[in-house]
Design a protein around this ligand. Structure first.
Ligand code: FES
Ligand SMILES: [Fe+2]
Length: 467
């Protein structure tokens, strides 16, 4: 292992073997410019204080200083297509309602009655007015007070109309995602999203529908759950069965100011394996062919598993995505192009249909909610979004067959999470250690988190600062 000092850059700290850019050079189709970008960033080698995962005090500060002020993915636009459609969006113990307006715009309000504070809505649904179930105060969709039962008893409410109009959150949309920011004076969403807006133009996620939506309660802090999906370094120990066809440790990691990504190539062997894997065996692995089964096809001389699997993927998607698949590179058909928007959203590029979201589970800093959305192309009318399939803490991902092969992989990921929480609660080590390159997306998330949440009670462990 080569020691790095601060003068080294993450760009130099790379796995031996094929780089991702080498693989792109061998692509059978033109590769979009966005995949040719490279932005390694050295974020320091300091540890991250474990307080961030285990401290209730830190959680409280996250609620006050992060969740109350940051742009966050609340729903897809097609969850609320018609005026009066609304969803309840909860983050930590905070709750908001997100409502489609008569003019097609979207507003969001703290989910609290201005009489005595009852939650206005408990479930997603459709309404012509927002009426509280306790005493019947009602607001129109635009948040104006519309009805007070026995109004003769509330002359003081009449005298303070501004105090009885539902306070608004900031709301905006990108690529079919509805974002809210509880802060009504938030800086524009585009500023928060930054580089990803231009980088995703080629993939048009707005033109997708929610084919699957599965959530599961996780017995670990939301960042422990999230960070399990921010690097491919864990694949060798957690998912060893996919090493024959996944370039785990030669993933490309790019960090910009406002977004970061890890691209992990499929159809290439892990540099950690010290034996040869034939192209045919690689294909068998990718297609999940059992040892006692015949592969559905045999590769011809000169064919690679990567190119053939990419073509199979084009064939699969052509009926719904059309001829555009024939313009798309093998990389776009095969690779995990995992972007992250701070603090908790992970839209994947190209044809890996995943978007993840990670949230605290109510006010419990030791549990979280992990969600997987599949955003799929469609032909004709946009199909309605899949209802959320809620899994409890003991329900395996394999109870959600709509996730296909991924369910088994998620099961392996989740197996670690409660154990990480437990280990962090007991360790004498004050900080978690991350690699310089492969885990730099996690360093980036923590650098931003440190900018949002004050470190007043942090132990003196340095967090990598952005260079
Ligand atoms: S608390 Fe809502 S009407 Fe009384
Ligand atoms: Fe994993």
């Amino acid at each position: 292992m080569t020691a790095l000092d601060d003068s080294d850059t993450a760009a130099e700290a790379r796995s031996p073997g094929l780089t991702y850019q080498d693989l792109l050079d061998a692509d059978t189709h033109p590769v979009p410019d966005v995949l040719r970008l490279e932005s390694p960033r050295y974020l320091g080698s300091g540890d991250v204080p474990i307080e961030r995962y285990i401290s209730r005090e830190w959680h409280r500060r996250e609620v006050d200083q992060l969740w109350s002020r940051v742009w966050q993915f609340a729903c897809r636009e097609d969850h609320i297509p018609e005026p009066g459609d609304y969803i309840v969006y909860d983050i930590a113990e905070l709750s908001f309602i997100v409502v489609r307006q008569a003019d097609g715009s979207i507003k969001a309000y703290p989910n609290a009655c201005l009489h005595r504070g009852r939650q206005l809505k408990e479930y997603d649904g459709h309404c012509s007015e927002i009426r509280c179930a306790f005493h019947g105060f009602a607001w129109d969709l635009a948040g104006n007070l519309a009805d007070v039962p026995a109004a003769w008893d509330f002359p003081h409410v009449d005298q303070r109309p501004d105090d009885f109009t539902l306070p608004e959150c900031s709301v905006d949309t990108w690529a079919g995602f509805v974002f809210i920011n509880p802060d009504p004076d938030a800086a524009p969403l585009d500023e928060h999203l930054g580089e990803i807006v231009e980088q995703f133009e080629v993939w048009d996620l707005g033109n997708r529908y929610v084919e699957a939506h599965v959530s599961r309660i996780i017995n670990a802090n939301w960042k422990i759950a999230q960070e399990a999906f921010c690097e491919a370094y864990h694949v060798n120990a957690t998912h060893p069965q996919i090493l024959t066809y996944l370039g785990d440790i030669n993933s490309q990691v790019d960090v910009w100011d406002r977004c970061a990504r890890v691209i992990t190539a499929g159809g290439t062997i892990s540099p950690l394996l010290d034996y040869e894997v034939s192209e045919q065996d690689m294909l068998r692995g990718m297609l999940d062919v059992r040892v006692d089964q015949e592969a559905p096809l045999t590769l011809q001389e000169g064919q690679t598993a990567r190119a053939v699997a990419a073509e199979m993927s084009r064939d699969r998607w052509r009926p719904v995505a059309g001829d555009m698949v024939d313009q798309m590179s093998d990389a776009e058909m095969m690779d995990s192009i995992d972007y992250t928007v701070f603090p908790n959203m992970h839209p994947w590029g190209a044809f890996n249909r995943i978007t993840y979201r990670f949230r605290p589970n109510g006010d419990d800093h030791r549990s979280s909610i992990m969600e997987v959305f599949f955003l799929s192309p469609f032909t004709g009318d946009r199909p309605p979004p899949a209802a959320e399939h809620k899994l409890g803490v003991d329900d395996p991902w394999t109870d959600a067959p709509e996730l296909g092969m991924l369910a088994k992989v998620f099961e392996q990921d989740v197996f670690n999470m409660a154990k990480v929480q437990k280990g962090l609660e007991t360790t004498r080590k004050p900080g978690a250690t991350f690699s310089n390159y492969q885990e730099s997306k996690i360093r980036w998330l923590h650098a931003l988190l440190g900018e949002w949440v004050s470190n007043t009670t942090d132990t003196p462990v340095s967090v990598g600062t952005r260079s």
